[in-house]
Design a protein around this ligand. Structure first.
Ligand code: HPA
Length: 273
């Protein structure tokens, strides 16, 4: 079956389960399921019930699509995302993004845990993503072009929406949360970076590194989403004073940053029109 048909089938299934239109798609990353804590839930749909949806296999991920209201907007939140390192193709990991857009969502809010590379960052910071570098060595748009899915050579000069970036900054000020801004580099993982890789990533201009977000944002750009990405800086990697990073620390710190991401997300949604 081709991807277009897979998207249509999932959309058909989900339309029957959703009681109203959806405006905003949210992707919650590792240890960040609680960002949607204040979501007034109308329906929870396990991924395994949705046609063609992959299943989430990672620790810290729930594997449910949650439909409801957050900040007065009608949202679909993915509690748990799919990663390249789980063995899925980038086409598979980004299929939910296509499905949520086809369901009518216009805005995409992506959260993820990331390792800080900028020496001014501290574990616990929130970084508003202003741009990215794709170092995954693969691309979700690779393959035979199906024009029904989008164009061949999408522009990538502004994959993150300037107005949403501004609003997230304002929301942070209103909620007295300090935020950083920066460039997110995506690597395939699943291992964490060596000191030499960390130094290279910083030299390339990245402020944070993670194993997600970028494929989703590439697809989102192709299909006309307005995107905001927030990264939870769970650890900071400095090549000259590199400390071991454990997944436990990443998840623990992500959970500590959750309330900040939640507050910013909710405020951005409240003011969205
Ligand atoms: N590297 C890559 N991905 C990550 C990190 C890291 O240090 N921390 C959280 N996600």
């Amino acid at each position: 079956m081709d991807m277009f048909d897979a998207v249509q089938q999932a959309v058909c299934f989900l339309r029957a389960r959703l009681s109203s239109e959806v405006q905003v798609a949210i992707v919650l990353g590792t240890g960040l399921g609680g960002v949607a804590e204040n979501l007034e839930v109308a329906a929870r749909i396990p991924y395994r019930e949705i046609p063609h949806f992959p299943e989430s296999t990672v620790e810290g991920h729930k594997g449910e699509l949650v439909f409801g209201k957050l900040g007065g907007k009608s949202v679909l939140a993915m509690q748990g995302r799919f990663h390249y390192y789980e063995g899925y193709s980038l086409q598979q990991t980004t299929l939910p993004i296509r499905i949520m857009r086809a369901l009518g969502c216009r805005f995409l809010l992506v959260n993820s845990a990331a390792g800080g590379l900028n020496p001014h960052f501290r574990a616990g910071d929130v970084m508003i993503v202003t741009d990215h570098i794709n170092l995954m060595g693969d691309n979700p748009l690779r393959g035979v072009l199906d024009p029904r899915l989008g164009e061949r050579f999408p522009d990538m000069s502004r994959p993150y929406d300037d107005e949403l970036i501004r609003r997230a900054g304002e929301a942070a000020v209103e909620r007295k949360i300090q935020v950083k801004y920066g460039v997110y580099a995506a690597v395939s993982g699943p291992n964490l970076e060596t000191r030499a890789e960390t130094r290279m990533l910083r030299l390339l201009g990245a402020d944070a590194v993670g194993m997600s977000t970028v494929p989703e944002v590439i697809v989102a750009s192709q299909i006309g989403f307005r995107t905001l990405a927030l990264a939870a800086v769970t650890n900071v990697n400095l090549p000259d004073a590199m400390e071991p990073v454990s997944v436990e620390t990443v998840i623990e710190n992500a959970q500590l940053i959750q309330p900040k991401l939640g507050a910013i997300t909710e405020r951005v949604l409240e003011r969205l029109s």
